[in-house]
Design a protein around this ligand. Structure first.
Ligand SMILES: Cc1cc2nc3c(=O)[nH]c(=O)nc-3n(C[C@H](O)[C@H](O)[C@H](O)COP(=O)(O)O)c2cc1C
Length: 443
């Protein structure tokens, strides 16, 4: 079987462009309607996408005044979408910093059961410092502490998902035995952050455990991904950046004795489509012109610590003013903005428009052929195993991609015409892990 692309629909209410909700083709009045997301999920499934991905964070974004940056809780929404789809993977974000392992293990076990094996977990440590006060903390834990906790968190939940062996459920009406408790195990985990006895109170799930997704690119983020992730979401501007990241991550995974082909790398791409190149650029311009400088200026202050006034927006962006202190510089997003500013020397407005589109992910404005060319190049030249498709506005920005670009990718033999499996693991070509207890290996 020739190597095939993996595509996820990355849903942001309204679309990924920060001003998407103001665009005439958008439907901001529907973004709290289940039907809006069911329509998108069904369109993604009709286009044989691998999955639908929801980002999340346990605090209110501080730019809600300007954009549809609220969150619908992922388990709630994905469970509803599970009932309206049959094959589409359902990938939700959850924090290892602001969750408890036993609860999260139950939530994902539930989603994997009700979706018949389509759950994926975007594992984040939560970059937004504002979350701390929602959980009784004065200070947001440091980047290093968050990743240290995340590692132990994954040890615990992975053991909990293993705590029922596959054949623990007997269900013998005659003898009256529902479960074989010899095949249900305590995990007795005691560590610096967690003490969890187990077992989980839910039978082993169709996939064994959710597909592990991770989205960090800092040194700590990469180390974590190379140990745990089945798939990695990333943000890159150039082919060279993406190739370097791809090679490094695979090498680190091999360093853990893992098969690098079993760690998929999916950068984000935001396609601005038009029947001509000019039309596509006009779409990008129309959306950019709806941006509100106050929002963008705030984003830059948070990302790189540069204070700008509206009057300065058409001046060259002051690269030398970037603040390199504390946790900020450790984040991959910081690196991305600094590299972009140093490489392209844009005006502040041009830089803001680049960030407005998709927060530092790759933007491609062009005809369906041109967008397919970029996708094919990154896929065939060691930069990606697939992509998170980030429509600039919804729902038209996605249905255009599904109707115009997907057929081209299929005709080029790069993307499936129909599903060959039903679980997210099967879509990603990943094996179903056996329970460590089944193999007789005790914790
Ligand atoms: C495609 C993508 C999606 C992300 N989704 C989330 C999210 O939903 N919630 C969140 O707190 N962080 C999210 N992040 C941020 C990462 O989890 C991470 O904090 C960030 O990339 C910084 O990387 P680092 O953790 O290696 O420093 C996302 C990043 C990327 C590239």
């Amino acid at each position: 079987m020739t190597r095939q692309l993996h595509l996820n629909l990355f849903v942001y209410p309204g679309g990924h462009h920060e001003a998407a909700w103001r665009y005439r083709e958008s439907a901001p009045e529907r973004v709290l309607d289940l039907s809006y997301y069911v329509e998108l999920a069904r369109a993604a499934e009709a286009a044989t996408f691998d999955g639908l991905f929801l980002a999340d964070g346990p605090s209110l974004a501080d730019n809600i005044a300007y954009a549809t940056r609220f969150r619908l809780e992922p388990f709630t929404l994905l469970s509803a979408l599970a009932a309206s789809t049959t094959h589409l993977g359902l990938i939700g974000t959850a924090s290892t910093t602001y969750s408890e392992p036993y609860n999260l293990a139950r939530q994902f076990a539930g989603l994997d059961h009700v979706s018949a094996g389509r759950a994926g977990w975007n594992i984040v440590t939560t970059g937004a410092p504002g979350a701390a006060q929602n959980f009784g903390l004065d200070e947001h834990p440091t980047h290093a502490d968050r990743y240290e906790r995340a590692d132990e968190f994954l040890d615990v939940v992975t053991a909990l998902w293993d705590s029922w062996e596959d054949d623990a459920v007997v269900g013998d009406r005659l003898t009256g035995q529902y479960a074989d408790t010899d095949r249900i195990h305590r995990i007795d985990h005691v560590g610096p952050h967690f003490s969890v006895r187990g077992p989980l109170n839910t039978p082993r799930t169709p996939q064994g455990r959710p597909v592990y997704v991770q989205a960090g690119t800092s040194p700590a983020g990469r180390a974590f991904a190379s140990r745990w992730a089945d798939a990695v979401f990333a943000a890159h501007q150039t082919l060279e950046e993406a190739q370097a990241y791809y090679a490094d991550l695979r090498a680190q995974a091999a360093g853990h004795g893992r098969d690098p082909d079993r760690v998929l790398v999916l950068p984000g791409i935001s396609p601005y489509l038009g029947s001509t190149d000019a039309e596509a650029k006009a779409l990008q311009r129309d959306l950019d012109e709806l941006t509100q400088p106050a929002y963008s200026i705030d984003l830059l202050r948070r990302l790189v610590g540069v204070e700008l006034t509206e009057a300065e927006l058409d001046d060259p962006f002051p690269v030398e003013a970037i603040q390199v202190e504390g946790d900020r510089a450790e984040s991959s997003r910081f690196q991305l903005v600094r590299d972009l500013a140093e490489r392209e020397r844009p005006t502040s407005r041009q830089l803001l428009h680049r960030l407005a589109g998709a927060r530092g992910h790759k933007l491609v404005a062009g005809t369906p052929e041109q967008v397919a060319d970029v996708i094919e190049t990154w896929f065939t030249r060691g930069a990606a195993d697939g992509f998170n498709i980030m429509p600039p506005y919804l729902t038209g920005g996605f249905t255009d991609f599904a109707e115009q670009v997907v057929p081209i990718l299929r005709d080029r033999g790069l993307f499936r015409r129909e599903y060959t499996g039903t679980t997210l693991r099967e879509h990603y070509g990943l094996a179903r892990p056996a329970s460590r207890f089944s193999q007789g290996v005790l914790v």
